[in-house]
Ligand binder design. Structure first.
Ligand SMILES: C[S@@+](CC[C@H](N)C(=O)[O-])C[C@H]1O[C@@H](n2cnc3c(N)ncnc32)[C@H](O)[C@@H]1O
Length: 225
């Protein structure tokens, strides 16, 4: 069964997007716990870079952050430990959210899609200091405007909107027509979201981990669209 992408006979990838099915079928999708497996060292690198950047760039009071596409909440837990403050997560897969609540009772979780009407209380609009799209890009690329504008909506003016994303070392077989690699993704954001000002872009293309890692940090300069 293909839960996320399905390969056609011609070798093209078609997006399936049955994330709840995936979480019901597998204990640790993508090895996201970082507990062993071939991606463990990549997750460490990526989550350390993300936590370091948030800790360095956020200089306000007690931080309120949200991760969109949080899965079982392991990246969130790392952020909460490294940076402090209060962290929330949202994910399209109710099964992932249920498990995340059990694993991290100190964090708050919402179930819903970032590309639809926000499944969060109205008070969450403009509430967060930091909103992170973490390892989510390819699953929302067809609705990137909705996803990013929703993330920005949750963020206060002056707050940070961050993309933390793995990029394949080899050929990108999906979404390259919209965002080709790290450079293409950055170009897309700069062209489409003028209310988001780029403050940092870093790409780690070292060979020692399973993936390359991209980090893009924007400041929300005004309410938009
Ligand atoms: C590769 S996992 C990353 C999990 C976590 N961010 C991490 O880094 O460990 C991608 C997650 O995005 C979620 N997702 C996919 N489409 C989504 C959408 N439209 N809205 C919210 N979450 C979504 C999936 O259910 C999955 O848990």
């Amino acid at each position: 069964v293909s839960y996320v992408f399905e390969e056609s006979e011609s070798g093209d990838l078609r997006f399936v997007g049955d994330f709840d099915g995936l979480y019901r079928a597998e204990a640790d999708p993508w090895g996201q716990s970082g507990d062993g497996g071939e991606l463990a060292s990549y997750y460490r690198l990526s989550r350390d870079r993300l936590s370091e950047a948030v800790g360095r760039l956020y200089t306000g009071g007690k931080l309120k952050g949200i991760e969109i596409g949080c899965g079982h909440g392991f990246a969130l837990q790392r952020l909460a430990e490294a940076v402090g403050g209060h962290w929330s997560g949202m994910d399209i897969a109710p099964s992932a959210v249920m498990r995340a609540r059990l694993l991290h009772p100190n964090l708050t979780f919402y179930a819903g899609s970032i590309t639809g009407p926000l499944p969060m209380p109205p008070s969450s609009v403009g509430y967060f200091d930091v909103a992170i799209l973490s390892q989510l890009l390819w699953y929302v690329i067809d609705k990137i405007d909705e996803a990013v504008l929703n993330a920005a909506r949750l963020t206060k003016v002056g707050g940070l909107v961050i993309v933390s994303q793995a990029f394949l070392k080899g050929e990108q077989r999906y979404g390259a027509d919209i965002a080709d690699g790290f450079r293409g993704t950055l170009a897309l954001f700069l062209a489409r979201f003028p209310a988001l000002e780029l403050i940092e872009a870093r790409y780690d293309d070292g060979n020692e981990h399973a993936h390359h890692d991209g980090l893009m940090i924007f400041r929300k300069t005004r309410h938009a669209q």
